[in-house]
Ligand binder design. Structure first.
Ligand code: SOE
Length: 377
């Protein structure tokens, strides 16, 4: 007998759509005891909330997030707002005893993240952060291979997240869709928006980071602010690169920018170990590039594993072997794992506590870039 997990979604942008799609799809493909029900969506603009509810099948709307949290027909709150609202909403939701699914990054900074962790842990409510790339089957498969020791000792971890959508100086900052350029709403630029994804995956695959040294740049110094109509200083990082040491002794190299002409969402990672290496690329997301030094010398070479077999992570839930799935499925997998965790009682990561570690790396990266030095995490 299925138990409804009544979702109250706050926010309705790009991520609101990705999450709603996942809630709608999951029960068609995964056998779950707890299944999401789209109970209410909340947006300040009533017409927009109604239109969103109609498109995605939410049963009702709210225009004040406090009212949504107070409702006793909501089990879980999904926070899809700009980052500056995560803390207040999450703490209020935890105090109201709601489970929480929070968009990434967890918070504006570590101090906020710590308060959020304390709130969910005190309330004892299930919580998760939407670092979705862990649940792309090829990335999950990489985790399996590493945990099985297939790469041996790890020497290098390299990741990039490259985009090019903010190169025009005419692009304003602030407001709908453009809050990512406004540090008052986003906290940081590419560090919290893009590198946070790379860091979450890295911590999951390769363990903790002990120290970092970083550089950031803001290429366009002033942009018109959508809300004030005035030219205002841009205080987000447009680009950020950092070096780090992992606790396992390996070296890390990370780069992210929104100024890499030609790249829309090129998230790549490469890990080099004692016995082999793996490479993955979001533009070719169902493939894992694999090199095994232990293969016979005359056969040794990079192979491209099509991660679409029934014995690859999540794939037996979808189509027949060989048929690929895409970006949106990572969100479906996250919902499936979250629902499953409610049955098993074993938390699905990344929890708020896990994501606080990512936040600590982000804060250390930004501090290092500001002070031109190495920072301990
Ligand atoms: C920014 O363009 C963005 O949408 C991020 O906010 C997402 O987290 C990332 O997955 C794709 O790029």
């Amino acid at each position: 007998m299925s138990k409804p997990l009544r979702i109250g979604m706050i926010g309705y942008g790009f991520m609101g759509r990705a999450h709603s799609n996942a809630y709608n799809r999951v029960a068609n493909f995964f056998k779950l005891e707890h299944t999401p029900v789209l109970q209410a969506v909340c947006a300040r603009d009533e017409e927009k909330a109604k239109a969103f509810a109609e498109t995605w099948g939410y049963k009702s709307i709210e225009t004040d997030w406090r009212k949504l949290i107070a409702r006793d027909d909501i089990d879980a709150v999904d926070i899809c707002t700009p980052n500056n609202l995560h803390k207040e909403i999450a703490i209020a939701a935890a105090q109201a005893g709601k489970m929480i699914l929070c968009e990434k990054p967890l918070a504006m900074n570590v101090a906020e993240g710590e308060e959020m962790c304390a709130a969910v842990e005190k309330a004892g409510v299930a919580n998760i952060v939407w670092y979705n790339y862990r649940r792309i089957p090829a990335v999950t498969f990489a985790k399996q291979l590493i945990d099985e020791g297939k790469l041996g000792r790890i020497f290098h971890y390299r990741a990039n997240f490259l985009q090019d959508w903010t190169i025009s100086a005419d692009l304003p900052q602030g407001g709908q869709g453009l809050w990512r350029l406004d540090s008052a709403a986003a906290g940081s630029g590419v560090t919290g928006d893009l590198l946070a994804h790379c860091i979450d995956t890295a911590l999951w695959l390769n363990g903790g980071i002990s120290d970092v040294t970083a550089m950031t740049e803001t290429f366009i110094k002033e942009r018109k602010h959508t809300l004030t109509g005035k030219m205002e200083k841009v205080t987000i990082d447009d680009a950020c690169s950092f070096l780090c040491h992992f606790q396992n002794g390996s070296l890390g190299l990370f780069e992210s920018t929104r100024y890499a002409r030609g790249h829309k969402a090129l998230y790549t990672l490469e890990i080099n170990g004692e016995f082999g290496s793996i490479k993955w690329d979001l533009h070719d997301l169902h493939r894992l590039q694999w090199f095994d030094y232990r293969d016979a010398g005359n056969l040794r070479g990079w192979s491209s594993i099509h991660v679409t077999d029934g014995d690859h992570p999540y794939m037996n839930k979808w189509w027949v072997p060989g048929l690929a799935i895409g970006y949106e499925h990572s969100f479906v997998h996250q919902v499936a794992d979250f629902c499953e965790s409610l049955s098993t009682g074993k938390p699905a990561g990344p929890t708020f506590r896990d994501s606080l570690e990512t936040q600590k790396v982000c804060d250390a990266v930004l501090k290092s870039a500001a002070e031109h030095n190495w920072q301990k995490v």
